[in-house]
Design a protein. Structure first.
Ligand SMILES: [Zn+2]
Length: 387
């Protein structure tokens, strides 16, 4: 296993020259779905809608937003193009991805809202700062096939027959793309077990070319309550390799990831989003320590086929927004509220990274984000590891 050789994220930590930020949105305490027209994308579900909206944003952005495909790197199993929106001109590259799980659709809407605001909205002070210090590479739909099928996973398609690849039980082989960046484990034959899907290969190659400084991954989760309360959690904040956990016991990433989430926690609280907790599994007593996730592989500096021989790594965090379409818990009424929460958390974090505010957060503030006592780690390489 490759160990972190450098702290690439250090370039993020530029000194803040500005006073504490005052977000224009901070007076606008959200209490439900907005009907003021700003959240007009709530009905987006399809891949083709995403393309159309990206093109609209690009056209009205007067050159500030550039939309392109990753066709040079590959297409999805069902031959759909991957789309990226680039906005900003700063030296720090931020990779933002949504909907690696195809049925987690509000994440796409938040990503598009972010691009729209940064590319076509009023040039508020914090927006200018973000665009000056950062360049964002936003992937609104990482899993286009799963988005079309409304499934978490995707299916492997045989390149020649164009039929689904079957598993040993004769069922179509389904791949969770967020467990497919895993070259650390080998299967029983000693073969490298990873990159089953074309999606993973294409995005991996793009990552090795781009070498981002920071990455944010957007998800949905099922119903849970904030520890110590009866309140439904509206968002959980997570790091896929547990800070100071078994895989990364002692790296600077344990600070920057916790600082970033501590910053998001505070920012969302100021916006009135108070039902935020830490991402845990089991009955809330386990943190995850998953190596095959995209965020994890980026932090570990995954080197496949010599494409990352230089050992690039970057810190990465994820948001889990309430609501899963498959559980029927994603009601129309709350969509605007949840999309806005995602968007505001993202935008706040970007300002925090751009301004240097994130690095001023005490990493131990992570402990203040509601969570149960952590007694172990849920892993994808050794079952559950008790502390
Ligand atoms: Zn997910």
């Amino acid at each position: 296993m490759k160990i972190i050789s450098a702290f690439a994220g250090a370039t993020i930590l530029t000194a803040a020259l500005l006073a504490a930020p005052v977000f224009a949105d901070s007076q606008n305490v959200p209490g439900g779905p907005s009907t003021n027209g700003e959240w007009s994308m709530e009905s987006i579900v399809t891949y083709s809608d995403m393309i159309k909206i990206l093109r609209d944003i690009e056209r009205t952005s007067k050159g500030k937003v550039e939309v392109f495909t990753l066709d040079n790197y590959g297409k999805s199993e069902q031959e759909r193009s991957f789309y990226v929106a680039k906005v900003g001109s700063g030296p720090q590259k931020i990779w933002i991805q949504a909907r690696i799980h195809g049925n987690e659709r509000l994440t796409t809407e938040a990503a598009l809202q972010l691009v729209k605001t940064l590319g076509t909205g009023k040039a508020e002070k914090e927006v200018r700062k973000i665009l000056e210090e950062l360049t964002l590479y936003v992937i609104p739909i990482y899993n286009p096939d799963g988005s079309e099928m409304n499934t978490r996973t995707t299916k492997l398609i045989d390149d020649e027959t164009k039929e689904p690849v079957l598993d040993k039980n004769g069922k179509p082989r389904e791949i969770d793309l967020n467990r497919d960046w895993n070259l650390l484990d080998k299967d029983e034959d000693g073969e490298i077990d990873g990159f089953a899907a074309d999606e993973s290969k294409a995005f991996y190659k793009y990552w090795t070319d781009l070498d981002p400084d920071f990455m944010i991954d957007l998800h949905h989760q099922g119903f849970k309550t904030v520890p110590g309360t009866n309140e439904s959690t509206s968002m959980s904040l997570g790091v896929s390799l547990a800070p100071n956990g078994p895989t990364l016991p002692d790296t600077p990433y344990n600070d920057i990831t916790r600082q970033a989430q501590g910053y998001v926690f505070d920012a969302l609280g100021k916006y009135g989003y108070t039902h935020i907790d830490r991402y845990t599994v089991g009955d809330g007593q386990y943190e995850i320590d998953i190596r095959g996730g995209v965020t994890s592989a980026m932090m570990l500096g995954l080197d496949y086929d010599g494409l990352n021989a230089e050992g690039h790594t970057n810190p990465a965090i994820f948001f889990e927004t309430k609501g899963m379409t498959r559980e029927g818990s994603l009601g129309q009424k709350s969509n605007g509220y949840l999309t806005k929460q995602n968007y505001l958390g993202l935008k706040a974090l970007l300002y925090g990274l751009a301004s240097g505010e994130v690095e001023k957060v005490d990493p131990e503030h992570w402990e203040d984000i509601p969570h149960n006592e952590i007694t172990g780690y849920s892993t994808d390489y050794a079952g559950t590891i008790m502390k």
